[in-house]
Design a protein around this ligand. Structure first.
Ligand SMILES: CC(=O)N[C@H]1[C@@H](OP(=O)(O)OP(=O)(O)OC[C@H]2O[C@@H](n3ccc(=O)[nH]c3=O)[C@H](O)[C@@H]2O)O[C@H](CO)[C@@H](O)[C@@H]1O
Length: 355
């Protein structure tokens, strides 16, 4: 009989793209694949782009750190989600559940545990997100991307595996990227990526300094939903809200990157040896995970970092120049890393634990 795997994870693309990397591998090996996500999250659109991966949406809620009327409604949404996930898992009887985290994953992990389905959790950041923290006691294995994450976690369950990179990102073409953006071949390309949701702060500083930057670079700017500024359209400055298949070509043509420090993005840039200036999401807006991700990369010599509190036109342009002028040094450090084995290790682990 065909083996069956269910994937879950969502909320932002960072909680989905690892699943997108693994799904084709299991499809190739003849496994039956299903995805459980939220009713309207980004995961629904991203999974819809795949061939033959049935999607089930469940009701979800979120814990917020500020007052919101939804804080009263969300517990009921979560309870509804647990019942929905429980009956889905009971009916589907998968051999294994792979969870990438995000709030939607908590009821699904719990439901799998109640149905005695083995659960593998993958944590991308140095410090686990709240959803993964809640779900970890119910997991059979916890995979970490950073070696230092394992420290605070159950040593019997936790394995450091590294980053899982989508195969398609490894097959990008500089020429296709240049033609997509209408860029010339002889001027360096700067890629700006504000995380899967874009970043207002990065958009702002880039646009304020567009003329200075464009003296040296052609710029491709992934700015987030609703953030394209039509008044700035001009040759050499190409904006997209979010891209899918084209991302490989856009990354391939980039000579340097300015980015948030979401774990998946920075490991993709590391794999592709892209000199990076990272502007992590501040502690005021998050648990500070991106600050730690960025610091760990800086210590390894892979990037330079500019904290949001220090972000001014002057510091920004100085750091951009610094990274670009030292790009060979960054590329040399990055070339010492190797994550090609990770995907195979994770696939073997999933196959071994599948009941
Ligand atoms: C605001 C927030 O909660 N951020 C978190 C979220 O970030 P975010 O969702 O931005 O996560 P990542 O940077 O880890 O991943 C983004 C993914 O989206 C892809 N991509 C991005 C832009 C685009 O146009 N097309 C595209 O495919 C990237 O290639 C990458 O694979 O999850 C990360 C991983 O847990 C955390 O480190 C971040 O702190």
């Amino acid at each position: 009989m065909k083996k069956k795997i269910i994937f879950t994870g969502g909320g932002t693309a960072g909680h989905v793209t690892v699943n997108l990397a693994l799904i084709p591998k299991f499809a190739q090996d003849g496994w039956e694949i299903k995805y459980i996500g939220s009713e309207n999250g980004i995961e629904k659109q991203l999974v819809a782009r795949l061939d033959r991966v049935p999607y089930a949406g469940i009701s979800t809620g979120k814990l917020r750190r500020y007052f919101d009327w939804n804080n009263f409604k969300d517990p009921f949404r979560v309870i509804k989600g647990i019942f929905q996930a429980y009956s889905l898992i009971k009916r589907e009887k998968p051999n294994i559940l792979f969870s990438k985290g995000g709030f939607v994953s908590v009821p699904v992990v719990l439901a799998a545990w109640l149905n005695r389905v083995p659960v593998i959790i993958h944590e991308s950041d140095i410090t686990p997100g709240l959803a993964n923290k809640i779900a970890m006691p119910f997991a059979t294995r916890i995979c970490t991307t950073f070696p230092e994450t394992a420290k605070g976690l159950d040593p019997k369950k936790t394995v450091y595996v590294g980053a899982i990179i989508r195969d398609e990102l490894k097959r990008g073409s500089r020429e296709r990227g240049l033609s997509l953006c209408g860029f010339q071949a002889d001027k360096p390309v700067l890629l700006i990526m504000g995380g899967s949701l874009g970043s207002q702060k990065i958009n702002q500083v880039v646009r304020q300094n567009l003329d200075s930057l464009m003296r040296y670079f052609q710029i491709v700017h992934l700015c987030g939903k609703g953030q394209v500024d039509e008044s700035l359209i001009r040759p050499g400055y190409k904006q997209f809200e979010y891209i899918n298949e084209e991302l490989a070509d856009v990354m391939a043509m980039a000579d340097m990157v300015i980015s948030r420090a979401g774990s998946n993005s920075i490991f993709e840039f590391l794999y592709l040896r892209k000199p990076m200036l990272l502007i992590p999401l501040s502690r005021a807006a998050s648990r500070g995970d991106q600050i730690l991700n960025a610091e760990s990369f800086r210590k390894m010599g892979y990037c330079d970092v500019l904290q949001e509190e220090e972000l001014t036109t002057k510091t920004f342009l100085q750091k951009v120049e610094g990274v670009f002028n030292n790009r060979d040094r960054y590329i040399a450090e990055m070339s010492k890393s190797n994550s090609d084995e990770t995907m195979k290790q994770v696939i073997d682990m999933i196959k071994q634990l599948a009941k």
